[in-house]
Each structure stands twice: as C-alpha cells, then as structure tokens.
Design a protein around this ligand. Structure first.
Ligand code: NAD
Length: 406
C-alpha cells in the first residue's frame, strides 16, 4: 500500500495535470520547508528510561505561521506526518485563514503509558522543539490521541521554557487554560456545515441515513450533530468494533454503553459488524472519521453510499478516488470537510493574542459562514474546471498559496 505522503504527492501530480501551475511551483510543494525528527527520552514509572521518536514537519508558511496537530499513534512515522502537514497547508488556504501547514507526532501507543509517563513524554516533545515553535512561527494543536489536557501540559512546558504569557502557541487547550469555546466539537460541526451547504448540490435527500467510521472527537461529535439535525445515524465504529441499526442508533445510549463496557460491541438492538462492513453499508452518506487509507482500490467498487464526507485526513487513496468518481459517488474532501477544527484553532489563537474570550455562539456564528463560503467556492471551482470536489479544493488552495509565494 502507498504511504500517505505518496498519496498526497499523487494528488498534487493529478492537479498539476488539470491546471498548469508551473513546474517550479509544483517542485517546491513536493518538499516541506523542513522536517524535524527528534528522540525523546522518558523516565518510565518503573525507573527505566525509554526513547521515543517524535516529529514536527513545517510544510509551507506562505499564508501564515505553520499550523497543525500532533498525533500520538504506534503507526505514526515521518511520511504520515509529512502528508498531514501538506494537507494542512492546503486546508488553511481552503478555509480562508492566515495560517500555513505543519504537523507533528510521536510514535507511541498512548494506551500503554501511565498518565505521568504521557505527561513527561508530551513535555519532552516541547523541550526538543521549543525553538521552532511560537505564536508567529509554528502553532501545534490536537490530533488523534492528543487531548486538551495534553495541550495544556505542552503549553505549560512552553511557558516555562520561554516565559510566554498569552498561551497562543498551542491551540485546543482546555477552556479554563485559554482554550476556545466550541473547539471540541468544531471539526464535526464544521463538517456538518459543509455537508449542509452542499447536500442538495451533491444529490442527497433532506434527511440522510448516515454511517460513521470512528467514534472519537471528530466521529463522536459528528454523529451527535447529524442526529440532532434530524438525520438517521445508522452505524458507528471504533478501533475494535462496529454496530449498525437500520432505524437509527440512540447515541446517548451508545455513549453510555461504550463507557460501561469499553466497546461499542453488543449494543442492545444493534447488529455487530466489522469496520470493513461499515464502509460498504447501503446508506446516503458515509463519513470516514478515523484514519487514512481506509477506502482503496480494494474496496472502492463495493462502496454503496450515495456520497462521502471525509472527516478523517486522507481516508480515500488516489486509486479509490478515481473509482468513486467513475461510479458517480461525490466525495467532499478532507481539506474542506474537516477544516472547521483548524478554523476554530485559529479563533483560539486570535482570542489569546487579543486577550479576548468569545462565547460558543460567537464562535459558531463565525464558523458557519466561513464553512459555507469555502464549500460553495470549491463547488464552483470544480464545476468551472470540470473536475471533482477534491481537485476543485486543491486548485483553489494552490492558487492562493502560489499567489502569496510570488
Ligand atoms: P480520536 O483519537 O479522538 O478518535 C479516533 C477514532 O478512530 C476513535 O474512535 C478510534 O477508536 C477510532 N479508530 C482507531 N483506529 C481505527 C480503525 N482501524 N478503524 C476504525 N476506527 C478506528 O481522533 P480524532 O481527533 O477524532 O481524529 C480522527 C480523524 O480526524 C483523524 O484522521 C484526524 O487527523 C482527523 N482530524 C481531526 C481533527 C481534530 O480536531 N481532532 C481535525 C481535523 C481532522
């Protein structure tokens, strides 16, 4: 299987065939500004020392300081972080925020660490990278397996090392530590706003039957928001299990069940299925909200959803993209669909710098028109250039970045 960076570069090659951006510009975008690899020694609770591998990729800062989350996962490696950083650069351009693209990570399964070990690891990442971070240089945020609490440890470590007062270098912090109202649900909500804006244009009914892969920050919030807006969430999954109920799941009960049993499995009234089966369910909207490369040349033909909203980063590889396009399944691309998270991260940074606190309503009132505007611009661009939405989004983003770089 191609690694995510190869996928990202294949997407770039594809867009370069649609619009002539010039070889020099495309060559420039094939490499990050810098990729930094660090080793982080951590004292474990049993007194031993363990060395972890960490990363920060600063991809492109034409539009503003590098911006992007930090991922903790056992499969995280430099090519994944590079791909995610590249997509962040495009995502910020699509969302219309003055930020560039970056991403970070640590190769670790956080479930294997105690809370104290996790804190020492997180602080260690900051100690090694403090020099390159800063509110006008590079601003990290949460991603898979990194929480507001982890952001608070990191912000605190950065403050200790640099004396920074406003806390604007890390976003996604807890509300009482300088975080923004609404950041927790921003990615899921932004995805919903994008869906709502494009729903009729991509041929979906007013009330959709929705299947969601992933029940974490993004997938869990998206599920709740779709249900609150009258859609039927018929299937959800986590890393271990997936469940389906044709008439719709009671998501409050699903949460309670997951908290009690640690899994979605055996939820009363629902059928246990696999994650692979969830992706192939007959539904109106499929929402991958877990990981990259879950829809590939192997299963793309079997997708029965009428449309796909990519809330995860990179869930569909380029081969699958072509197959879905030929099948007539519209895909709302990640760099548009999940850009609500970075947009509210930008709001948090802005509030920190101005020492302001916006209410949740103010945050969502600012988010909605931005998501709507981005969705409609991309729809228009894809129509004008006779291509699909992902290429429309890439063209729009690359035009903005190129203009700024020149
Ligand atoms: P999370 O850690 O909160 O949740 C991830 C979810 O995926 C969990 O429910 C986990 O059980 C599930 N999962 C893990 N492995 C799986 C597998 N093999 N199959 C099915 N499910 C699996 O992470 P998150 O923040 O919700 O991020 C999910 C995706 O959204 C990632 O691709 C991330 O890059 C992207 N994203 C997140 C944000 C954000 O604000 N958190 C913003 C933009 C994009």
């Amino acid at each position: 299987m191609q690694n995510p960076y190869q996928n990202a570069m294949a997407q770039l090659d594809k867009v370069a065939k649609i619009i002539n951006f010039g070889d020099e510009f495309i060559a420039r975008l094939r490499q990050p500004d810098r990729d930094i690899r660090i080793s982080i020694p951590v004292k474990m609770d049993n007194g031993s020392q363990k060395i972890f591998e960490g990363y920060r990729v600063e991809y492109n800062n034409a539009l503003g300081p590098y911006k992007g989350g930090i991922r903790y996962h056992s499969d995280t490696e430099i090519n994944e972080v590079k791909a995610l950083a590249f997509w962040m650069a495009l995502k910020c351009a699509v969302a219309g925020i003055p930020m560039g693209g970056g991403k970070g990570g640590i190769t670790v399964d956080p479930k294997e660490l105690s809370k104290n070990e996790l804190e020492r690891l997180s602080r260690g990442w900051v100690q090694k990278l403090a020099d390159v971070l800063g509110p006008h240089k590079d601003i990290p945020a949460p991603d898979v397996n990194t929480t507001p609490e982890i952001m608070a440890w990191m912000a605190d470590e950065y403050k200790k090392l640099t004396g920074e007062e406003n806390g604007a270098t890390f976003t996604g912090k807890p509300l009482d530590k300088g975080g923004s109202a609404g950041r927790g649900s921003a990615t899921g909500l932004g995805g919903f706003y994008v869906f709502d804006s494009l729903r009729a244009q991509i041929g979906l009914p007013e009330k959709c039957r929705v299947a969601i892969q992933g029940f974490g920050n993004v997938g869990g919030n998206a599920a709740r928001i779709f249900a609150e807006n009258g859609h039927t969430v018929m299937a959800v999954s986590d890393s271990k299990s997936a469940i389906v109920k044709d008439s719709g799941l009671d998501l409050n009960e699903v949460e309670v069940h997951k908290k009690k049993t640690g899994s979605l499995k055996d939820f009363p009234g629902a059928e246990n299925i696999t994650n692979a089966e969830l992706l192939e369910l007959s539904c109106d909207l499929l929402v991958p909200a877990a990981f990259e490369n879950v829809i590939t040349g192997i299963n793309a033909e079997k997708i029965k959803a009428k449309a796909i909203l990519e809330l995860a980063n990179g869930p569909i590889n380029p081969e699958a993209d072509e197959i879905l396009f030929k099948k007539g399944v519209p895909v709302v691309p990640d760099i548009l669909a999940n850009s609500g998270g970075v947009t509210v991260s930008y709001f948090e940074w802005d509030q920190n710098l101005k020492n302001e606190h916006w209410s949740e309503k103010e945050v969502f009132d600012k988010l909605k028109p931005m998501m709507n505007d981005a969705a409609q611009k991309i729809f228009k661009k894809s129509q004008e250039t006779k291509t699909y939405l992902r290429m429309g989004a890439f063209i729009l983003a690359l035009e903005k970045i190129k203009e700024k770089m020149q």
